[in-house]
Ligand binder design. Structure first.
Ligand SMILES: NC(=O)c1ccc[n+]([C@@H]2O[C@H](COP(=O)([O-])OP(=O)(O)OC[C@H]3O[C@@H](n4cnc5c(N)ncnc54)[C@H](O)[C@@H]3O)[C@@H](O)[C@H]2O)c1
Length: 252
């Protein structure tokens, strides 16, 4: 299927590893230019850029700490210096710290919300302003989690709250800007084999597997093409939706 996103430009946060990396590569295979952000490992980001160049697409990497609200607000403006106007924004980067509610400090709570939710508000706001000022359409995809619906049993209440907030925020944004041709959707993941989960998977593999009807953990590459589809011209009639790619862990 030709997704119709050749020559468009996407910003992918956390594109140097895990799900974000695979999304960046999937978009590149569609001929989309990619600006990917990384937190601290420039080497890894450079390697993804090189891979994308080999595929035949253009890519650039930008360092970004999601705790730096000022830098997050400037992401879209900075990204547009590379390949021109931005057509697609994918908020993928997130933190998954562990702390049970009875022990959680307000600082831990706030930091998680800041990284996972405040940053989404700021990038989306800047992207919408960008689209409106250029009189162009746009696509936003926010990566959320089954935890937004189930909550967490393993010490991630702050994370679950941030991912649920992301969904309500996305629906409001979708409602406010449908008339401007800006589509906003979410992709809810279950358990994916990435750095975020690796330690937990080693410790409690059976606990996670037993909750997945398909009986296996997702590979990041299995998520990537679903994400590309959701920001493509083939998904023009979708907005305000949350699609579940969880191996059946989340059935609604
Ligand atoms: N792996 C899973 O099982 C799973 C399940 C549900 C949802 N998700 C979601 O998928 C998305 C991708 O996660 P992943 O599984 O690839 O994990 P990952 O840990 O490999 O990737 C997370 C990315 O976020 C970035 N990041 C974290 N804190 C940051 C900060 N303060 N500033 C800038 N960047 C920061 C990391 O550098 C990394 O690139 C996340 O939104 C995550 O919540 C993952």
């Amino acid at each position: 299927m030709n997704l119709g996103i050749k020559g468009k430009t996407a910003v992918v946060t956390g594109g140097s590893r895990g799900v974000g990396r695979e999304i960046a590569l999937s978009l590149a295979r569609e001929g989309t230019n990619v600006v990917l952000t990384y937190q601290d490992n420039k080497e890894k980001a450079k390697k993804v850029v090189e891979r994308i160049n080999k595929i035949g697409s253009r890519a650039a990497d930008l360092q970004l700490d999601l705790l730096d609200g000022n830098a997050v607000s400037k992401l879209i403006g900075k990204s547009s210096k590379h390949f021109g106007d931005i057509d697609i924004l994918i908020n993928n980067a997130a933190a998954w710290p562990t702390s049970y509610i009875k022990d959680m400090s307000l600082r831990e709570w706030k930091e998680t919300i800041q990284i996972n939710l405040d940053s989404v508000f700021l990038t989306c706001q800047a992207f919408v302003q960008h689209c409106l000022s250029k009189k162009k359409k746009g696509k936003i995809l926010n990566i959320t989690s089954q935890a937004a619906f189930y909550g967490s049993t393993t010490g991630h209440a702050h994370y679950a709250a941030s991912k649920a907030g992301m969904i309500a925020f996305s629906i409001s944004l979708a409602r406010e800007h449908a008339k401007d041709g800006i589509n906003v959707n979410n992709l809810a993941l279950g358990i994916v084999d990435t750095d975020m989960m690796r330690e937990s998977l080693q410790e409690k593999n059976d606990y996670y597997l037993n909750r997945i009807p398909l009986g296996r953990i997702a590979k990041p590459s299995e998520i990537a093409d679903i994400a590309s589809f959701l920001v493509s011209e083939k998904a023009n009639y979708m907005t305000g939706a949350t699609i579940d790619a969880t191996g059946g862990m989340l059935m609604r």
